[in-house]
Design a binder for this molecule. Structure first.
Ligand code: PLP
Length: 411
């Protein structure tokens, strides 16, 4: 009854008919561990509020969150709104258990994890927080994320830091070929290597560990953009060996929009300046100095907890395998069609993949798929990488991917 009233209230607030969400009234109970695949993924699909008329194959940009997360979010928000200063700051603001659980997923110590709003905030905290001098060199790739490139260019313009660019041979399943350009760019003046673990344009996984190992030998700081890898493929920052990393929790963890994680190795915390100055009583080596943001949404942060529950309910290995299976289902058939070429490697990839379709500009094709077939994909046009990126999610079915394949056949 309580659930029904809650949903009726939400439907009224959203201005949508209750019938559209009535099927959420009875929570579907998770199937037993030995349930067959179809039942299990059917349950997962039922947990996501799907768009009524769109096949969403752009889950790489940002992920929807499952029912347990948005319900928690709305409950927290409703309750916070009754007396915000009291409820948010005295009752709801319980970061530590969340910090511990996020750290455990990344194989690190909670004292190395700050909760921030997204990868951009996490990575730029480090980019702007490192003490670098004129002439110090930073290695980065042309295929890194544009906001991170912009941040490094700002340091170049402001502080005279020199940027050394790497061009990766994308796509590639040969680890040495991906590692070599970084090693060749190292000079005695190299201070930082910026690495993207899973390249958003094509889904390429970059073997960052051997690059980091070489950097460590030379005392070079390594920063990993793990926006797309955390909670998608196995990520263990200690094992990886990097000094710092940034993650968006609203991608593969399915946490609320505007949630992220900053990892900094314990012994490196003291040397990095926070982007928003922390009060003087906060010790330099305390990771919480990076959380001094001012007023922010505590309900949003707290609703990371049910996203972690959901992640563990499925299990990382099962998530990775499912996303890889869906990718190979559509991609292996798509590349049989004339004029279609994969820009994604076969082995070093997970859920994201990009294809080039001869004769079509990426945005034109993405618009065509949306307008004619109601299929939403991402247009990619960056440094010569031109295509459409297709990112299924855990809730995606093979039938939906068949619709994409049929559309591509007609195209
Ligand atoms: C590789 C990579 N890095 C960083 C980001 C920035 O993430 P956010 O917008 O959550 O800060 C993205 C976003 O798609 C990304 O793909």
């Amino acid at each position: 009854m309580e659930r029904r009233v809650f949903l009726q209230t939400m439907a009224a607030l959203w201005g949508i008919p209750f019938e559209r969400i009535a099927h959420w009234e009875q929570p579907l109970s998770p199937p037993a561990d030995d349930a067959d695949e179809e039942d299990f993924w059917g349950w997962v699909r039922g947990e996501f509020p799907l768009h009524p008329s769109l096949i969403n194959l752009n889950n790489g940009g940002v992920s929807p969150h499952p029912r347990s997360v948005w319900e928690a979010l709305f409950r927290l928000e409703l309750s916070a709104n009754e007396a915000p200063a009291y409820t948010m700051w005295r009752i709801q603001d319980q970061k530590e258990p969340i910090r511990q659980r996020l750290a455990a997923i990344a194989g690190v110590d909670p004292e190395e994890v700050a909760i921030v709003r997204n990868s951009t905030e996490a990575l730029e905290t480090v980019i702007f927080g490192l003490s670098l001098r004129t002439g110090d060199e930073v290695i980065l790739a042309e295929s890194d994320y544009p906001s991170m490139i912009a941040a490094w260019k700002q340091r170049e313009a402001r502080d005279g830091v020199r940027l050394r660019w790497v061009r990766l041979p994308l796509p590639s399943d040969e680890e040495e070929k991906l590692v070599l350009p970084y090693l060749q760019a190292i000079t005695p003046r190299t201070r930082v290597i910026h690495l993207t673990h899973l390249v958003n344009w094509t889904g390429q996984i970059v073997p960052v560990k051997p690059i980091i190992a070489e950097a460590r030998k030379r005392g070079i700081f390594t920063l990993v953009d793990a926006a797309h890898s955390y909670a998608h493929i196995p990520v263990d920052f200690h094992e990886m060996g990097c000094d710092a990393a940034g993650v968006s929790l609203h991608k593969w963890l399915c946490a609320p929009f505007g949630t992220g994680l900053l990892y900094i190795k314990k012994e490196r915390i003291a040397e990095i300046w926070p982007l928003f100055a922390a009060p003087s009583e906060r010790k330099k080596e305390d990771i919480r100095k990076f959380e001094h943001l001012g007023t922010r949404s505590i309900p949003t942060e707290q609703a990371i907890a049910p996203a972690i529950d959901f992640h563990h309910r499925i299990g990382l290995a099962r998530k990775t395998a499912r996303l890889q299976k869906l990718r190979s289902y559509w991609l292996s058939q798509a590349i049989q069609l004339p004029k279609i070429r994969s820009l994604t490697p076969e082995k070093l990839a997970a859920g994201l993949a990009t294809i080039q379709v001869e004769g079509w500009e990426p945005q034109k094709l993405a618009d065509h798929l949306l307008e004619k077939y109601r299929i939403f994909v991402a247009a990619i046009d960056w440094m010569g990488i031109k295509g459409i990126r297709v990112t299924p999610h855990l809730y995606t079915t093979e039938q939906e991917l068949d619709r994409l394949l049929e559309a591509l056949r007609q195209v």
